[in-house]
Write a new protein. Structure first.
Lengths: 104, 494
């Protein structure tokens, strides 16, 4: 039991750290690709938490959830990158500072 | 679950999700026809989309009629009860409405027909599935499916950088909020050891957390993080910042769908989740006060933000923020006093009907004006003389958003505000009433522009209004005026 607990605590601490890095990184980054990477990091932090918790509970759902989330994250990256390419061809930059047309 | 026979896909359950299948399959038909038809004839796709939605509505009423017992499907991951049934009707109705008012706008802005209608149908499917979800992961997958269709729809106007920028903001902030929600769901799973709403409710009612991380702090933190995702979708303060930009940049019918159908689906699922939480015996008070603060902040921020807006769609975005707050105002007191949950559900159901009718009509008028309805409020100057139908419909829906009797918005607000009064929280009710009175300033300002100002020099001619637009807008505004008098409403919201 103590092994499971140590695994649980260690992995959850890691997941929370990754999540925090992603959450603050998103606010810090000015480049759209960097922001997308931070979001992916947050998704994967949640994945790590799901898998760890499923392992500790001795159940399978958490692992199944991980597959769903990976799929969603891939679809998300697809939409995001398409948008970024469109913006880059129009503006020559994917810096968020250039996104200020809608402030009227 | 251990002794249940292992079937991967319970085929019998496909009948229960027939309305969603109808919407999804017609989306695929639209995409295939889009390839087959020559560009000049692609306008006919509107009829295909319309037919698909009507079939979905018919199927919904044929199979989905819920008498008293909810129907469960797919191992209880989806469930169809009265509120879900109402939400499905409203979602399909708003999709039909925006399909009807779109063609003129699509022509003006050169939007791709096939992709547009297919995505609207996929969005309708996702909204229905979201409203019916009763399991955390099902809920998250459907929420993301809905978000993806809306991100693409918001940026569909590829020649317009404003639309692209709206999609960019919607996408980045939406995904950020979704990541918070996902981590929150992981914590909820860790605390309760379950993902089914029912199982979670049962263990909370028994007062024990059965997961590997059985701490009420983990569960509360999980719920708080999940609220980030819900707050984003419902544009509740402080997660509303993106809304004015996205509504202003997205194509008008798409903004309308984001403001109506997507909010109905999210409100329906949030009600289910919070009624699970209401049964949590030793729930920390911080959760209640957190939601309370969100409610008050939404009403205040929505009201104050709307005052300074000069753009119609930005005004509607802030209006949506405060109306989201009004609905939370009927839900939050029930968290403390679960005996109010049934009344709260009825009040919210009633208001969802009212909100969809008046908001869809307002966006429908703007969409009917094509490019002209997409911009500053002064474009509506003198509309009363140029197009009495559009001006009248917009005036009715704005009066209803203010809450002037005898429109449906008035009765809806009476229902909503009665919940905090029943809970003894007079302050919340007074705030709602004051905010409604103050909202008259910015809603009536638009009406004054339409009826008391001269039209702009370049816009004296009556606008070209298509027959479908006229029909949809007339039906919407008639609904706003008359639906409150219709006795069927009681059985609908119950």
């Amino acid at each position: 039991v103590s092994n499971v607990n140590a695994m649980l605590q260690g992995n959850l601490a890691l997941a929370m750290t990754l999540f925090a890095i992603g959450a603050f990184g998103f606010l810090w980054k000015r480049n759209a690709i960097g922001m997308l990477l931070c979001i992916e990091l947050m998704f994967n932090a949640a994945n790590l938490a799901f898998v760890t918790l499923a392992q500790a509970a001795g159940r399978a759902e958490g692992v199944a959830i991980f597959i769903f989330v990976i799929t969603i994250a891939a679809a998300e990256a697809g939409i995001g990158l398409a948008l970024f390419i469109k913006i880059f061809t129009e503006k020559g930059s994917i810096d968020v500072e250039t996104m200020s047309m809608l402030r009227d | 679950l251990d002794d249940a026979p292992l079937t991967l896909l319970p085929l019998g359950d496909l009948v229960k999700i027939a309305p969603m299948l109808a919407a999804g399959l017609s989306a695929i038909v639209v995409l295939l026809l889009d390839l087959a038809l020559p560009p000049a004839k692609r306008g006919a796709l509107a009829f295909v989309a319309l037919a698909g939605l009507v079939v979905a509505l018919v199927v919904l009423h044929a199979f989905g009629r819920v008498s008293s017992e909810p129907i469960a499907a797919f191992y209880d991951c989806l469930r169809f009860d009265r509120l879900t049934f109402l939400a499905h009707n409203l979602i399909l109705a708003s999709a039909v409405f925006f399909v009807l008012v779109s063609p003129r706008y699509l022509q003006d802005r050169l939007l791709p027909w096939g992709e547009y209608y297919a995505l609207i149908l996929f969005a309708a499917m996702a909204m229905m599935a979201l409203a019916a979800s009763r399991e955390l992961v099902t809920m998250f997958v459907n929420l993301e499916l809905l978000s993806f269709t809306l991100y693409v729809l918001a940026g569909l106007e590829r020649e317009n950088l404003r639309s692209t920028e709206a999609a960019f903001k919607y996408f980045t902030i939406g995904s950020y909020a979704a990541a918070f929600m996902l981590f929150g769901l992981a914590l909820i799973y860790g605390a309760t050891g379950a993902t089914q709403f029912d199982v979670i409710a049962e263990s909370l009612a028994a007062g024990e957390l059965r997961g590997p991380l059985p701490s009420s702090i983990a569960l509360s933190a999980g719920l708080a993080l999940a609220m980030v995702g819900f707050g984003f979708k419902l544009t509740l303060a402080p997660f509303q910042m993106y809304a004015p930009d996205v509504y202003a940049g997205a194509p008008t019918p798409v903004a309308g769908l984001i403001a109506t159908g997507s909010k109905v689906a999210t409100m329906a699922i949030l009600f289910q989740l919070l009624s699970v939480i209401a049964g949590w015996a030793d729930r920390p008070d911080a959760l209640y006060w957190g939601l309370y603060a969100m409610t008050v902040a939404s009403i205040v921020v929505g009201g104050v933000g709307a005052i300074v807006q000069a753009n119609f769609k930005r005004l509607m975005a802030y209006s949506g923020v405060s109306h989201g707050g009004y609905m939370m105002l009927a839900l939050v007191p029930a968290l403390r006093d679960p005996s109010l949950l049934d009344d709260s559900r009825r009040a919210i159901a009633y208001y969802l009907i009212a909100y969809v009718l008046m908001t869809a009509t307002a966006f429908g008028v703007a969409a009917s004006l094509g490019s002209e309805g997409d911009g500053k409020l002064d474009r509506f100057s003198g509309l009363g003389r140029r197009s009495p139908l559009l001006a009248g419909a917009l005036a009715i829906s704005l009066l209803s958003l203010t809450g002037v009797p005898p429109t449906v918005g008035f009765f809806g607000k009476v229902y909503l505000f009665s919940i905090p009064i029943a809970a003894g929280d007079y302050l919340l009710a007074v705030l709602g009433v004051l905010a409604s009175v103050a909202s008259a300033y910015y809603y009536l300002r638009a009406i004054v522009r339409m009826y008391m100002e001269e039209p702009h020099r370049d816009r004296r001619e009556p606008p070209r209004v298509e027959i479908f637009n006229a029909f949809a807008v007339a039906v919407g505004s008639a609904g706003v005026l008359l639906v409150a008098l219709w006795p069927v409403m009681d059985s609908w919201v119950d």
